[in-house]
Design a protein around this ligand. Structure first.
Ligand SMILES: Nc1nc2c(ncn2[C@@H]2O[C@H](COP(=O)(O)OP(=O)(O)OP(=O)(O)O)[C@@H](O)[C@H]2O)c(=O)[nH]1
Ligand SMILES: [Mg+2]
Length: 455
């Protein structure tokens, strides 16, 4: 099933723990010569070649002159029962980067080479231990910074997305093979499955793909967080709100309109979701060329934001023109209109989704709830729901769905089976790309080069 089973002649080594001082450092070795190479530098009670899999051995690592480098513990993984699917060894040394580097350099003399970034995970994939979507989830688990993003990555590593893709791909292959059968027997005028039935199958698959695609906005939120731009006229209290969120005087606040010029970015976690805040310059026409640049940057930030917090001072008139401009630069459902300074006087509230005071904190809980609501949408996903968090998967799903739609159009137009088959084959291969059934080398390299060395 896999494109190429890993026939790695090379045995690789890398530091698996961070390169710094700690209690222990772990060095990972994987490949056909793992045992023999380590045996040459390891002095224990018995040879590692005589030990069984999944056992741990105390001993010393010695250099070419017989000098002891360190006392170590060596764990052995044999017979494909390792992360990579190859014979592997993990050496735990004392946690000094110098000791770890020394052990690695000794091994480099014993027919072992340094691993490339992500090479252990790449081997796990090539040896069929995990599929490509799961390999990518390994990186997401490592990079996850919040409870929510970790759960999303775990979901993918557990294969929930993969098995959904697998199921849809199989269903598509079945449908498409029926059409191909028909092609083969076209002369004999035999029908294996009626066209309406085929169309019904394709529609079902397409619906499920649509459903998966629709999880991406949520998936992106849980994996990468949400960009929130604090935008509004000068003096609305944007910087005050940023400071209130962060519980520190991060941005300069003053009664002078046009205080903020540069964009100030900070992260805020609300219930495990990462909100990346940008405090921006108040938007107004100005002759000051520095402020002008600030306003230019504000407009860019608001264009790119996943959520725009449009802040206004409730004690003065609502900036209707600016509001209309924001709606043009972004999407209405992503703009939250916030009325600030409610501590000063009772406001006209018809323009606002939420009323707050960045000074007293009034209404901030409601604002948090609103931010979460806009970020997550009406999604109600359980831990068993397949969620698309990765743009590569999203693009492949989109391509698959387009191919299926094109096939259905061909059917409607009464085109011959060949047209339909080509599209369906494309759809099958797009789905296969997600789990790595057939994936071009450059795509694989691109994916694994983003890993750290030792993973
Ligand atoms: N009473 C009251 N004053 C506030 C509130 N929020 C902000 N202010 C005051 O409003 C003024 C402007 O606040 P900033 O936070 O600097 O406003 P800004 O929107 O960042 O302004 P620019 O950076 O100039 O665009 C300051 O004097 C703040 O103390 C509030 O909720 N209540
Ligand atoms: Mg400001």
């Amino acid at each position: 099933m896999l494109q190429s089973l890993s026939q790695n002649e090379d045995t690789i080594v890398a530091l698996a723990t961070p390169n710094g001082v700690g209690a222990i450092s772990v060095i990972r070795v994987s490949g056909p010569n793992s045992i023999s190479s380590v045996d040459k530098v390891f002095l224990g009670k018995k040879k590692l070649a005589d030990c069984t899999s999944h056992t741990i051995h105390y001993g010393k690592i010695i250099d070419a002159y017989g000098e002891t480098i360190d006392d170590v513990l060596v764990s052995i993984f044999l017979n494909g029962q390792s992360f990579t699917g190859e014979d592997s060894i993990e050496i735990s040394t004392h946690g000094s980067p110098f000791v770890a580097q020394k052990v690695i350099s000794i091994l480099l003399n014993e027919d072992v080479r340094l691993a490339e970034p992500g090479e252990f995970t790449k081997r796990a994939f090539l040896n069929g231990k995990i599929d490509l979507a799961q390999a990518e989830a390994v990186a997401d688990v490592i990079n996850s910074r919040t409870e929510v993003s970790l759960r999303g990555a775990r979901n993918q590593l557990d294969g929930i997305l993969s098995s959904k893709i697998d199921y849809l791909r199989e269903k598509l292959i079945q449908t498409s093979s029926l059409i191909e059968l028909e092609l083969d027997f076209a002369e004999e005028d035999i029908q294996f499955m009626s066209m309406p039935e085929i169309v019904k199958n394709l529609e079902e698959i397409s619906d499920e793909l649509d459903q998966l695609l629709s999880t991406f906005s949520f998936g992106k939120v849980i994996r990468d967080g949400v960009n929130v731009a604090l935008v509004g006229p000068p003096n609305a209290g944007k910087s005050s709100l940023l400071n209130y969120f962060l519980k520190e005087a991060r941005a300069i606040v003053s009664e002078v309109p046009g205080t903020t010029r540069d964009i100030i970015r900070e992260d805020l976690f609300i219930d495990g979701i990462l909100f990346r805040l940008s405090d921006t310059a108040g938007i107004r026409a100005t002759d000051d060329h520095i402020e002008k640049e600030g306003v230019f940057r504000s407009r860019n930030a608001l264009k790119e934001a996943d959520i725009v917090l449009f802040l206004n001072d409730t004690t003065i008139e609502f900036s209707e023109n600016l509001y209309q401009e924001i709606l043009e630069l972004n999407h209405k459902e992503r703009v939250v209109s916030v009325g600030n300074k409610v501590d000063l006087e009772k406001p006209h509230n018809e323009n606002y989704d939420v009323l707050i005071s960045a000074k007293t904190g009034e209404g901030i809980e409601k604002l948090f709830a609103k931010l979460k609501e806009v970020a997550l949408g009406s999604s109600s996903y359980t831990e068993k729901t397949a969620i698309v968090t990765n743009i590569r998967h999203f693009e492949a799903l989109k391509k698959a769905n387009e191919s299926i739609e094109s096939a259905m159009n061909s059917i409607k137009e009464g085109l011959t089976g060949e047209f339909i088959s080509v599209d369906l084959r494309n759809a099958v291969s797009s789905l296969g790309e997600i789990i790595g059934i057939i994936t071009a080398d450059d795509i694989l390299n691109n994916i694994f080069s983003k890993f750290c060395i030792g993973k």
